[in-house]
Each structure stands twice: as structure tokens, then as C-alpha cells.
Design a protein around this ligand. Structure first.
Ligand code: MLT
Length: 411
């Protein structure tokens, strides 16, 4: 016998999309040391943490410095103060019933959306919208549910639901039987949103077909229009069929601080191969208690402060700031004659690449000729080919400069 690797990993693309972009940009910078590159690729925020958050963070660190207030391991599920603040402010205030016990605090929606598949059987058929946030796909590849990929990157074992210009980026219900459905709305990468009616069709589908929706709502704070659900639980019947992922990264600038949460409702039950029902909440709790020791106390206090009136005012300001960037991007693309989508209820703008140019060619053109970095749509799945994503997360100044440079190119 010899030690061997998990061969499912060998089915992955050679690198994660954002690592690949970083490599290309570093290479470009090495060759062009004077280049003034503006990054609108990875969806990383640029505004500092709100002051209400920083103050809470500081005082919690001070508590850790005193014997009387020091805390060691916290509850794996998160401290009650944060779970209660979330239940009250993110859910009860919108008329949605979610109890603190159904909320699991974590260090990121990326980790949770990547880990959740572990509590489901190996034979589940996984459906993803296409294009899609790569974590949903790749975590299932690692687990052995996806099989090999073809030359367009399409894994034979997954069901892809195309979201393109042709269908207005509205995912059609699958024709074949699927078990796990990953949905992210407002959507990364297309920046489009689903109305309550459109999402309700998915909830009804899941209820009728016995499937589970894994709903990533990391961008809900960017919703500007009425009629777009902030939580899947605003849709009737969703508590029996949906897990929801949320994050403090994009609303409160926690990309480097790390805090998020996952909601697993009490009603959510899934059968084993013998048909016996099991609580997903209990299984997720079991997984977390074994593999996770919770988010640090100061970070959870910092996250709690997001819900103070001052915290809310400050995060609203940041979101308005980024959405102003999104507006500038949309207007500049319009005058440059490029077709685009999104950027109204989400911080992402999804550009149709000019005639005859694929996603990576457009990436190279923007990098070489405008020194602007975006994300090639093909990195998000086969139906992302021919598209390109820009984020609204840079500073206003850089956004304006980047768009001036893009406006000078001819397409
Ligand atoms: C993205 O750019 O798609 C996001 O930054 C990825 C993430 O949030 O992990």
C-alpha cells in the first residue's frame, strides 16, 4: 500500500479563478513596473470597517486582556448575543421567523457554502446556475459528486442551469430530477436579481420534488428595488426546503475580518437511504461542533455592532457609495457601447464581451490597454463564456479613472 491523494482533486481546474487572475496581474506588473493597475476583479471591499464596529471590536479585545472578562472557547454555533441580534434585525424586522437557535455563526459564507455538501449523501444530484460562484461546484468536485470535466469546464455529474442574455438571466426549473440546488441572489457573478414570484417558483419546485435549496444571500444588502426578497424565508414554505447563507463581508466590510452565518431551519428534514428522516440542523450542528471552534469573541462583538443604529447608518453609507460606483460603471459602459447587466441590486456588473472576443481576450485587452482588472465570465462556468464581470467595490476615484480608461478604448 502507498499513500494516495484524493483523486477528486485532480478533476479540478489547475487553480481557483481568483488565484489565476492574481497570477496574471502579478506577471503583468513584473513586466510593466510602472503600470497603474486598477483592480475590479475579485469582489473585495475597499471601505474601512464602520466606526461602530471598530469601537466594539476594540472593547472586546480589551475584555480579552482582563482576567475577569477574558473568554476562551466560545460556543461553536456562535454567541447568543450575535445570534439574537441577527434573528431580530435581519429576520423578525422583515416579518420573517428565524430563531437564534437556527443561526450558526461562522468565519465565512465561502466556507459554509463549501462545507454544507458534507452533510448530504454522496449520490445527490447537484444543480447549479451557470455561470456560478465556483465554490459550490468545486466543493462538490472535491467530494466526488461531479465526475470529470469536458473542455469547456462542464462537469458530467452536475446539472447546469444556464443564465444568459437569451433567458434574461432567469434560471429555468430543471427538467431532470435534482436533489441539491445552489442559488445565489442577488447573483454573483451576473449581478441580476430574482423577484419574490420567481424565487417562489423555486421554493414550490423544491417542495414538490423533495429537493433542497442552498440559498446564498451574501449580497442582500445591495437590493435597492422593492419586490426582491432579502431572504428566501420571505417566500412561503421555504423553511421546509432551504438553507440560507449570509455574510458580514459585503455589507459591513468583513472580508478581512471574517464573520458570516448560516440558517438551518428546524423544519428542514432529509431522509437517509432507508427513508428515515433526519434534521439538517442537527447534522450541521454535529459537523460544526466537530470541525469548527467558532468565530473569535471580538469579531462576534464587532459583527453585533453592525446592528446598532450607528452601525446601520454607516453600512448604508458604504452600500450607497458602492452603488454609486455601480451607476458610474453602468453609464460609462452604456456610452462605450457595451452591453451589460446587473449593477442595480448587486455590486456586480456583467458585461457582454464585444463581438468576436471571448472572456479571456477581453480580460487581456482591458489589462494591457486600460490597466484595469476584471473577471472573465468563463471562470464562472461554461455559460459565462463571452461575458466579463466588473465589481463596484473599488474607490470612487479609481472607479472613475478605470471607466475613463475603458471609454477611450474602441470596441
Ligand atoms: C467574488 O469575487 O466572486 C467574491 O469575492 C468571492 C467571495 O466572496 O469569496
Amino acid at each position: 500500500m502507498m499513500v494516495t491523494v484524493n483523486e477528486n482533486y485532480l478533476l479540478l481546474k489547475s487553480s481557483y479563478i481568483f488565484s489565476e487572475i492574481n497570477r496574471k496581474v502579478e506577471d503583468f506588473q513584473r513586466k510593466n513596473p510602472d503600470a497603474d493597475v486598477i483592480r475590479m476583479g475579485i469582489g473585495d471591499v475597499t471601505r474601512p470597517l464602520p466606526s461602530a464596529v471598530v469601537d466594539a471590536f476594540h472593547s472586546a479585545v480589551d475584555e480579552m486582556a482582563q482576567e475577569e472578562t477574558f473568554r476562551g472557547y466560545g460556543p461553536e454555533q456562535g454567541y447568543p448575543f450575535l445570534r439574537e441580534a441577527i434573528a431580530e434585525n435581519d429576520y423578525a424586522s422583515r416579518g420573517v421567523e428565524v430563531s437564534p437557535e437556527e443561526i450558526f455563526i461562522s468565519d465565512g459564507a465561502k466556507c459554509d457554502t463549501g462545507n454544507i455538501q458534507e452533510i448530504f449523501g454522496q449520490d445527490n444530484v447537484v444543480a447549479v446556475t451557470d455561470p456560478v460562484y465556483p465554490v459550490y461546484v468545486e466543493s462538490n468536485v472535491m467530494a466526488g459528486r461531479a465526475g470529470p470535466a469536458d473542455e469547456t469546464g462542464r462537469y458530467s455529474g452536475l446539472v447546469y442551469i444556464p443564465c444568459t442574455e437569451e433567458n434574461g438571466f432567469i434560471p429555468a426549473l430543471p427538467e431532470e430530477k435534482v436533489d441539491l440546488i445552489y442559488l445565489c441572489y442577488p447573483n454573483n457573478p451576473t449581478g441580476t436579481a430574482l423577484t419574490e414570484k420567481q424565487l417562489a417558483e423555486w421554493v414550490d419546485y423544491a417542495r414538490d420534488s423533495g429537493s433542497i435549496i442552498l440559498f446564498d444571500a451574501a449580497y442582500e444588502a445591495y437590493i435597492q428595488e422593492d419586490g426582491i426578497p432579502h431572504s428566501i424565508y420571505e417566500v412561503e414554505g421555504a423553511r421546509e426546503v432551504a438553507v440560507e447563507f449570509r455574510s458580514f463581508s459585503k455589507n459591513a466590510g468583513f472580508t478581512g475580518t471574517r464573520c458570516a452565518f448560516t440558517v438551518v431551519p428546524e423544519e428542514l428534514e432529509v431522509p437517509d437511504s432507508q427513508g428515515r428522516m433526519h434534521s439538517l440542523k442537527e447534522l450541521w450542528n454535529r459537523r460544526q461542533t466537530t470541525k469548527f471552534n467558532g468565530v473569535s469573541y471580538p469579531v462576534q462583538r464587532a459583527a453585533e455592532a453592525v446592528y446598532t443604529p450607528e452601525g446601520q447608518r454607516e453600512i448604508r453609507e458604504s452600500i450607497d457609495y458602492y452603488m454609486e460606483n455601480a451607476r458610474i460603471i453602468r453609464e460609462s459602459l452604456e456610452s462605450a457601447g457595451l452591453r451589460y447587466y446587473g449593477g442595480v441590486n448587486a455590486p456586480y456588473i456583467w458585461i457582454k464581451t464585444p463581438e468576436g472576443m471571448d472572456s479571456w481576450q477581453f480580460f487581456d485587452m482591458l489589462l494591457n490597454e486600460a490597466e484595469v482588472v476584471g473577471t472573465p465570465g468563463s471562470g464562472f462556468g461554461p455559460s459565462g463564456e463571452g461575458y466579463f464581470r466588473l465589481t463596484a467595490f473599488n474607490s470612487l476615484k479609481n472607479t472613475v479613472r478605470a471607466m475613463e480608461r475603458i471609454s477611450e478604448l474602441s470596441f
